[in-house]
Design a protein around this ligand. Structure first.
Ligand SMILES: Nc1nc2c(ncn2[C@@H]2O[C@H](COP(=O)(O)OP(=O)(O)OP(=O)(O)O)[C@@H](O)[C@H]2O)c(=O)[nH]1
Ligand SMILES: C=C(OP(=O)(O)O)C(=O)O
Length: 246
């Protein structure tokens, strides 16, 4: 896998391939010696994050892009991640993901769970530990992701609940196990019902998905990645302004 380097000067509005330039880091495994494949799903920017529409078109798309770029950076920097797969039909995201060494797959167009299964290679993790990850987690860092994966590696399947404990932000599968993604409404309980063990309850950075302006305010309170922070600044979305929408 190639590791993404940070670029605090990069703005969420004007991405360049060089802003995520990479170095090759072969044979990467976690503390248990497991190489991880991380599958990230992201919708096309023109339709993504519709609940952020009140921020305006440019800000909505810019934030969706910035958050996905911060997620790609965090994943690329996690020491145990050996392979990154992005399932997305968005040309900008695909370009940026390829630039950091990710494999990019077209979206089958059948919804999020089908997209994840497609990214998993029809649902089988083969001989690799696999994590299915959302692209709207701007607080995620490489260290936090690695801790989550280390905890997940103790279970055949593991799930991370979103901040409210209702949805899910990450689902993992051990080698040889079949993935059972149930993302969507109340997905956390559905994932637990399929046998996934809850992990990382104490990792707010892994649990803060951003769907609404209120979520963005919370994420800014926790601390977002540099690209999202620059996008927020570029679009003039300070914390006070966001909290007014609560
Ligand atoms: N490839 C792919 N990604 C998806 C799909 N649906 C959702 N996602 C991604 O999954 C993550 C969580 O999605 P949601 O929060 O449910 O949806 P969203 O489009 O981001 O936001 P809303 O329009 O507000 O529901 C985000 O990274 C989305 O881009 C899909 O059908 N295909
Ligand atoms: C898709 C999910 O959530 P949201 O739409 O809230 O991001 C989920 O938690 O499975």
């Amino acid at each position: 896998m190639r590791r993404a380097s940070g670029d605090p000067s990069a703005s969420g509005r004007r991405p360049t391939a060089s802003s995520l330039r990479t170095a090759t880091t072969p044979s990467r495994t976690d503390v248990n010696g497991h190489p991880w494949r991380v599958v990230i799903c992201a919708r096309r920017l023109d339709v993504a994050k519709s609940r952020l529409r009140p921020l305006g078109e440019e800000a909505r798309q810019g934030l969706a892009l910035a958050m996905a770029r911060d997620v790609l950076k965090a994943v690329g920097g996690a020491p145990g991640v050996s392979e990154v797969v992005l399932v997305s039909d968005d040309p900008s995201l695909a370009h940026l993901a390829r630039a950091v060494g990710a494999v990019v797959l077209r979206d089958p167009g059948l919804g999020l769970n089908s997209a994840f299964l497609h990214g998993m290679g029809a649902g089988r993790s083969g001989d690799t530990w696999t994590a299915m990850l959302m692209a709207d987690l701007p607080c995620l860092t490489s260290h936090v992701l690695q801790r989550v994966l280390d905890a997940a590696a103790r279970h055949p399947a593991a799930v991370v609940a979103d901040r409210e404990g209702i949805g899910s932000t990450l689902l993992t599968t051990a080698p040889g196990c079949r993935a059972r993604p149930r993302f969507g409404e109340r997905s956390f309980h559905q994932h637990v019902a399929t046998g996934a063990t809850p992990v990382a309850a104490d990792e707010p950075r892994a649990r803060c998905d951003v769907d609404t302006q209120a979520d963005l305010g919370v994420a800014l309170g926790i601390g977002v990645g540099a690209i999202t922070a620059h996008a927020v600044e570029d679009f003039g979305l300070d914390r006070v302004g966001l909290n007014k929408q609560l």
